[in-house]
Design a protein around this ligand. Structure first.
Ligand code: A3P
Ligand code: MG
Ligand code: MG
Length: 366
């Protein structure tokens, strides 16, 4: 049996926003340069402004690129939750456990229907765990690769620009602890996207308590001593330089994903590196995450609304919690351009590969 949740008309989700909990980090983990998991913040980076005029293509030949063809499921997130639960000796209270990227897709659904999504979800011990359906992601990636691209610049190079910007704008320690030589020669650093710092937060939309894991690009100053206090995280983004009203419209549309992504983890600041069409960094702009929805609304051409995103996701998750009360594996699917989300059971027992044996063995002891 398929249960469906209508996305449209999205206007029914407009108006004042449902209560939102400020995301609080309660744990973190790092992937090192070989993408090996480590508890803690060893891969945290500090923001330091990059040099304008740098060619973001520099070093593309040496790019160490993470091979994302393997399905990583929720493994690192579950490991981090397990370590946290061992410390507190109690289960986390989230109704929903997932990666930030998954919830970003759900929140964006009212205004972004081109791509669609497929996720796997399972209910286990009072929480719904949601992962990407990796098989589907692979297929859509292949399709994207086959698309003939209008730009003369290969897509892999354009994708590299984003990672290069991150390497150019961060230091592995605070400014005081970093050598002047490193700062001056950041353009020579090898770009490696296997390395990541991930924050694990407790947050909430409407009536749902949510545990999210997601990558944070950098920190502005230092982590506060008190756990859960707001952190001056920085999200780094690149975008094509704005030369016309049409460019501005496109940029404001892109801001929806920037905003959702940062809003969900409590990242207060986004630094946009504007680049020329051929990848030269030409301008930096700091944006306050919280002011993005009102800023785009004032201009009135972006075609999205933050409250609608929040209220839609909040209503959908509440509904999902009513639908998914049994064990087994469910598919959560939105076909491209479809006006609704479908949820149907694909396995009647167990939890598929969403929950690791290690995590289950831990929870049994709890
Ligand atoms: P930009 O966002 O500056 O283009 P993030 O900003 O989420 O930390 O991601 C860092 C970079 O990874 C992006 O930089 C982009 O280059 C690449 N990236 C992230 N998500 C992607 C996607 N869905 N498809 C292609 N590239 C992606
Ligand atoms: Mg990032
Ligand atoms: Mg980024």
């Amino acid at each position: 049996m398929t249960a469906t949740f209508p996305i449209q008309p999205a206007a029914r989700f407009a108006g004042q926003s449902e209560p939102v909990k400020r995301p609080k980090e309660f744990a973190c983990f790092s992937y090192d340069k070989d993408h090996q998991y480590h508890p803690g913040d060893s891969s945290l980076k500090w923001y330091y402004p990059p040099t304008l005029g740098t060619d973001l293509s520099n070093g593309f030949e040496k790019f160490i690129k993470h091979d994302d063809s393997a399905d990583e499921h929720l493994d690192s997130l579950l490991k981090t939750i397990e370590t946290h639960e061992k410390k507190t000796n109690k289960q986390i209270d989230a109704h929903i456990v997932t990666w930030r990227g998954i919830l970003t897709k759900i929140m964006a659904a009212p205004f972004e229907d081109r791509d669609g999504f497929e996720m796997n979800a399972t209910f286990y011990r009072n929480s719904i765990f949601i992962e990407e359906n990796h098989k589907c992601k692979e297929a859509s990636r292949r399709e994207q690769d086959n698309q003939t691209w209008k730009s003369p610049i290969p897509q892999e190079v354009m994708q590299f620009w984003g990672y290069k910007f991150e390497t150019l704008s961060t230091l592995p320690a605070t400014w005081g602890e970093t050598s002047r030589d490193y700062i001056e020669k950041r353009d020579n650093e090898i770009v490696n996207n296997k390395e990541q710092y991930c924050s694990v937060v407790r947050t909430g939309l409407g009536k749902s308590i949510i545990c999210l894991g997601g990558e944070v690009d950098a920190i502005w100053d230092s982590k506060p001593k008190v756990q859960g206090a707001p952190v001056n995280w920085v999200e780094l983004k690149t975008s094509a330089e704005i030369r016309s009203d049409r460019d501005m419209d496109n940029f404001e549309r892109k801001l929806m994903k920037f905003w959702i992504q940062s809003f969900l983890l409590g990242v207060p600041k986004i630094i946009v590196g504007f680049r020329s069409r051929d990848g030269i960094l030409v301008k930096l702009q700091e944006m306050e995450t919280n002011s993005i929805p009102t800023t785009v609304q004032r201009r009135g051409r972006a075609g999205w609304d933050g409250n609608t995103c929040i209220n839609f996701a909040s209503a959908f998750l509440e509904w999902l919690r009513e639908v998914m009360t049994d064990e087994g594996v469910f598919r959560v699917r939105r076909k491209p351009r479809s006006s609704h989300i479908e949820v149907f059971q694909v396995e009647e027992v167990g939890h598929g590969n969403i929950i690791t044996d290690e995590f289950m063995n831990w929870r049994i002891k709890l």
